[in-house]
Design a protein around this ligand. Sequence first.
Ligand SMILES: Cc1cc2nc3c(=O)[nH]c(=O)nc-3n(C[C@H](O)[C@H](O)[C@H](O)COP(=O)(O)OP(=O)(O)OC[C@H]3O[C@@H](n4cnc5c(N)ncnc54)[C@H](O)[C@@H]3O)c2cc1C
Length: 413
Amino acid sequence: MDFNDTPQEAEFRAEARAWIAANAPAHLHDALASSTFGGLNTGGEDPIEVSKDWQKKKAEAGWACLMWPTEYGGRGASPIENVIWNQEEGVYGKLSSMFIIGHGMCGPTMIAYASEEQKQRYLPKLASGEEVWCQLFSEPHGGSDLAGLRTRAEKDGDEWVINGQKIWTSGAQNSDYGILITRTDPNVAKHKGLTMFFLDMRSPGVDIRPIKQVNGQSGFNEVYFDDVRIPDAQRLGAVGDGWRVSLTTLMNERMAIGGSIPTGVPELLELVQSLAKDGGSAIEDPAVRSKLADWYAKSAGLRNTASRAISALSKGDIPGPENSIGKLVAGGLMQDVAKFGMDLQGFGSVLMDPKIAEGSARFQAMLLRSPAVRIEGGTDQILRNIIGERVLGLPDDMRADKGLPFNEIPSGN
Ligand SMILES: Cc1cc2nc3c(=O)[nH]c(=O)nc-3n(C[C@H](O)[C@H](O)[C@H](O)COP(=O)(O)OP(=O)(O)OC[C@H]3O[C@@H](n4cnc5c(N)ncnc54)[C@H](O)[C@@H]3O)c2cc1C
């Protein structure tokens, strides 16, 4: 396996590197580098404003949404060029976090299902960060069973009337548009009665309520729909074909999330080198060394698995299940590392202000963020089901509601 750049890839890398060196907001470099897990440090500047500025600059120079066609605001680049760009963008890539869902999931769904006129209208503004999008899929009764969703869409002339509730909608409070999956026919099997739309998040009847998280942030929201009207022209795919449309979104979600999950291992290595323990530094303790060696080996395995996916992309192949494996292993690893880092620091680990105690703030942020990694974009259990059934060919999980019309599936209410 050869992980070196081909001559064309090296040329692309040099071009990307030179543009970033000349244009990136260098004054934010150190703040961004010190951003804790799940948080964005922009040195006191408004994170939304600086993120939008960087995105706009990239779009104007053809470095936004690299794999999208140029006519929709992209660059027509190959997947491997996209990987190279991400490697070169480095810490400045953290400024893309508010666009991940729009660029990684909503955009590809619009490219696949919107009309040509809609693509011309919406995609360039999505690519340049001028308009932000969110993904309205999960509902209170359960997100893993997406096909069991209950938000209703009923046809009224040329419009659909939406009633129901979504939850865990990342970034809804800052979004201009969203893609929304609804139930249009409760009389057929649950996967068959779904329809996808996109909507203006400022439509009358949309009520967005941020959820306060354990880490103090409000990354996601509850979104209520009370007689919200969506034109039929904003339907994505055929009526009743929403499940197939959502698979386009979810496939892109795993690609967008799976490739780049931190593990906390480099941070732990740094901590144990500087932390005093039993008259020496923590790294001299055999128990610490043993854990570190295990986790280092696991994170090296993740890195090599990611390199294998990149190598497959470089040769024009489609990567296999690497992204599901990556998220499954990295999420649990980060949680173990965070707990251990906290334990090692004893009472010191309760300090959470990075200005007083950068190390402990970092491990607290990691600890509070890591459960989310094990849930978002498919829980550990769902990923294990996917790997078991689709990769290893094990028998399917029992699905008692298979084939039953949605309105005949037993439920608590
Ligand atoms: C940080 C974050 C951001 C998110 N952003 C968005 C967003 O922008 N838009 C959006 O729509 N959603 C979003 N979500 C929601 C996310 O998609 C759901 O949380 C996820 O799909 C799981 O759904 P749930 O939380 O309802 O848990 P459930 O589906 O209710 O699952 C509960 C538990 O049961 C287990 N379980 C469920 N089904 C099975 C099964 N068949 N076999 C074995 N075990 C099972 C699960 O693994 C889990 O442990 C976000 C979540 C997080 C954490």
